[in-house]
Design a protein around this ligand. Structure first.
Ligand SMILES: CCCCCCCCCCCCC[C@@H](O)CC(=O)SCCNC(=O)CCNC(=O)[C@H](O)C(C)(C)COP(=O)(O)OP(=O)(O)OC[C@H]1O[C@@H](n2cnc3c(N)ncnc32)[C@H](O)[C@@H]1OP(=O)(O)O
Length: 248
């Protein structure tokens, strides 16, 4: 999928553009390719298992109450396993932004472990189901895209879905996450969880309630960076534009 030097027009470009083209042209070793194919198939299967488990729960029970509890182990395993993607970027196994991937993964890990796992009172909120469904559709699409792309048999629908679904699903997922954090605020304020009060021997205080408010506010500058990154990737993949990304 990556353009070659002629297609990219970077042959006579700046040193940075040539570096980017070299990065794109650098072939992966067979071991790396095998690992990525295994990783992407595993992640596709894991999120498919999650999707089937959620659908079966709802069809059996007729409600989403208790759904999160029934799938939380699978969700925690596969969302935490995705942390490997920061290593993939950092060591150059995949050519994408470490920063963008890191921000994306930190929001998912934070939501899974420091909100829905830690504050059980909000696990049946509609907003949890909203972001769970959105994450699941997105990740099945994303990992199957990577898998088929690496096998050089990429159905156009998968490519189209990979670079169009996010246009709606990204903001919807953000709304689900923000509503979930907002629903957790009263429980955090009442319990004082994860907080450190003064006086103490370290003379340091930390209030998880205000930390959650800061996290919610951080979506304002950070989410657009991710969204514009995906729009740039979309232009590159669907419209053949050559995007020279700053090395993050
Ligand atoms: C301490 C508390 C911290 C709290 C932080 C708070 C932050 C708040 C702001 C963040 C908000 C995020 C909210 C978010 O969680 C909501 C949702 O996710 S809702 C669901 C919708 N979401 C999406 O659609 C985004 C899904 N995520 C992604 O797409 C990726 O994670 C992302 C990093 C965002 C983009 O991926 P990438 O940069 O990799 O783009 P591409 O897929 O186009 O890939 C680029 C090239 O790399 C190759 N690649 C990447 N990974 C692989 C792989 N596993 N196997 C093979 N190849 C891979 C890909 O093929 C591309 O190659 P090429 O350029 O040659 O085509």
């Amino acid at each position: 999928m990556a353009p070659n030097e002629e297609e990219s027009g970077a042959g006579n470009g700046s040193v940075e553009e040539k570096e980017n083209v070299k990065k794109m042209l650098r072939p992966r070793s067979s071991v790396t390719t095998a690992w990525l194919i295994f990783y992407n198939i595993t992640m596709t299967a894991g999120w498919l298992v999650l999707a089937i488990a959620m659908a079966r729960f709802y069809m059996d029970k007729g409600t989403y109450k208790g759904l999160y509890k029934s799938i939380q182990k699978t969700l925690k395993f596969f969302q935490t396993f995705a942390l490997l993607e920061i290593i993939h970027c950092a060591v150059g196994v995949v050519h994408t932004s470490v920063l963008v991937t890191g921000v994306q993964l930190s929001s998912r890990i934070f939501m899974v472990w420091f909100v829905t796992h830690s504050i059980k009172q909000i696990q049946n909120e509609e907003s949890v189901i909203l972001f769970l469904v959105v994450w699941t559709v997105t990740e099945i699409t994303r990992y199957s895209f990577y898998t088929f792309n690496m096998l050089n048999h990429l159905p156009y629908f998968i490519k189209w879905a990979r670079y169009n679904f996010f246009i709606i699903l990204y903001p919807v997922g953000v709304v689900g996450e923000l509503l979930t954090i907002y629903a957790a605020l009263p429980f955090v304020k009442r319990s004082g969880m994860f907080s450190v009060r003064l006086p103490n021997k370290y003379n340091v205080s930390f209030d998880y309630y205000y930390f959650l408010l800061i996290i919610m506010a951080s979506y304002i500058p950070l989410f657009p960076q991710l969204y514009f990154h995906m729009l740039r990737q979309r232009r590159k993949v669907l419209h053949g534009e050559v995007i020279v990304e700053k090395d993050d």
